[in-house]
Design a protein around this ligand. Structure first.
Ligand SMILES: [Zn+2]
Ligand SMILES: [Zn+2]
Length: 444
């Protein structure tokens, strides 16, 4: 629901208010009318309206959520995070999935997946798995609990945890791993009976609860909870960009700072008004990922050994095999996640860089919105390409029945994981505010 207050794109003084759906935001932010936020995505100075419980304030220019009032802002994230941690413990204790082929039975626990990769000399893949699926999510959940409950901790530690929650969030790949497991099920159905173990349901719950814990944690509120933002030396003008008035938004805690002040006094993050050499870094990372993308597609990602006959397959041949077996939905999922998404993502980032550079000429507001939408999609879908890497992890851990049937990861999997990670870094290095710099709000 959009209130009239902020729906006009012409003068853009106040944030739009929207309902957060089933979520129940709460009275978190101080009840002051002069709450100002510099939109981290488009650099517009916005006044946060007094939002009701269950509503959120979005930027009237780029529609990024600036703040939300969750019902029970402490209880909700803490309950979700604590339950997620308990579920994670259960998920690691019991058998996760099992498989039976020609009378041979094999079952694995979650923690055995990285062990299997290490024994295959793929410690790098095992490390990625442990970091993305276990360590980062666990750390974030602990940090959410401690920060929301305002546990007495040294200020530096609180800042470190607050920074980690938002910087590491994108690397939490619990739900992507779950989709990887489901895809592995379909791949294996052709060979034998697949079953779920006692820890499968706890893992699904862990997945849902951690997503929810992140969702109902409001960044503006969290940092306000840690410490009030540093006082401003000049009065910011609502409706102007930060750059026009010599101000910048801290990329981590959203504090409004003078543009020349590079280190944020609240969260100690070092940044500039615009990310330094943003386009050069983005293009360099993009180019590297394009170079690695070629061998990642040609070289085999895994070797399947059936009755002593090893056969290597790359991404495309895996998709074709699934299609020929009649597993059309899974073939499509792998094709979209592993081939279409990385290719389109690389093209989209290159387009964004072109548009944000001096060569991009459009000054039109609708064009800015369109480019910003593309940026948001790139940010959102990038990490889902890790599905195939996780599928290989699950298969190589579960399918080890000696000469009867075994699956091993191959070098293509590492290269492909590198492509996904590099394109994620490329998207992170891109400064979305560059897309809006030509769009002068006041002149519209
Ligand atoms: Zn904005
Ligand atoms: Zn900061």
């Amino acid at each position: 629901m959009c209130t009239d207050a902020g729906c006009s794109h012409a003068s853009l003084p106040r944030a739009d208010v929207k309902q957060t759906g089933s979520g129940k935001p709460h009275a978190v932010v101080e009840e002051k009318t002069d709450k100002l936020v510099l939109c981290p995505q488009c650099d517009l100075m916005v006044q946060l309206p007094d939002i009701q419980e269950g509503d959120k304030a979005v930027c009237p220019r780029c529609h990024t959520t600036l703040s939300a009032r969750w019902v029970e802002p402490v209880l909700q994230p803490v309950t979700c995070a604590a339950s997620a941690l308990i579920m994670m413990l259960f998920a690691n204790l019991f058998p996760f999935i099992n498989m039976r082929v020609s009378g041979i039975y094999n079952q694995i626990r979650l923690i055995e997946i990285p062990q299997a990769m290490v024994s295959d000399d793929y410690a790098s893949l095992a490390t990625l798995f442990v970091i993305f699926v276990q360590l980062i999510p666990a750390f974030c959940m602990v940090a959410i609990i401690l920060l929301c409950l305002k546990v007495k901790l040294p200020y530096r530690l609180k800042v470190m945890m607050g920074r980690m929650i938002y910087q590491a969030k994108v690397w939490c790949m619990v739900e992507i791993f779950l989709v990887g497991v489901l895809v592995s099920f379909v791949k294996l159905m052709a060979y034998g009976d697949i079953g779920i173990g006692a820890s499968f349901i706890p893992y699904c719950l862990f997945c849902l609860l951690q997503v929810r814990a992140f969702q109902c944690l409001d960044r503006y509120w969290l940092w306000q909870n840690i410490q009030s933002p540093p006082p401003l030396t000049k009065t910011p003008q609502v409706g102007l960009s930060g750059l026009e008035q010599g101000l910048r938004s801290c990329p981590c805690c959203m504090a409004i700072l003078p543009a020349e002040e590079t280190k944020c006094p609240r969260c100690h993050t070092v940044a500039h008004a615009r990310r330094a050499n943003s386009l050069q870094w983005t293009l360099a990372l993009l180019l590297t990922s394009v170079i690695i993308y070629i061998p990642a597609n040609i070289l085999p990602i895994m070797v399947t050994e059936v009755l002593g006959n090893p056969s290597a397959s790359n991404i495309m041949s895996g998709v074709i095999l699934l299609w020929q077996d009649g597993s059309y939905p899974v073939a499509l999922v792998i094709f979209i996640a592993s081939i279409m998404v990385p290719t389109l993502k690389i093209l989209a980032i290159a387009w964004l860089c072109y548009d944000a550079s001096d060569k991009g000429k459009s000054n039109n507001h609708l064009d800015r919105e369109k480019m910003h939408f593309i940026y948001e999609i790139v940010e959102f879908v990038g990490r889902w390409s890790m599905i195939d890497v996780f599928v290989i992890g699950v298969l190589s851990a579960l399918v080890r029945m000696g000469k009867l049937m075994s699956v091993y990861p191959d070098v293509g999997a590492i290269l492909f994981a590198m492509v996904v990670i590099l394109t994620m870094f490329a998207a992170m290095m891109f400064d979305p505010r560059l897309l809006w710099d030509r769009n002068k709000v006041t002149n519209k």
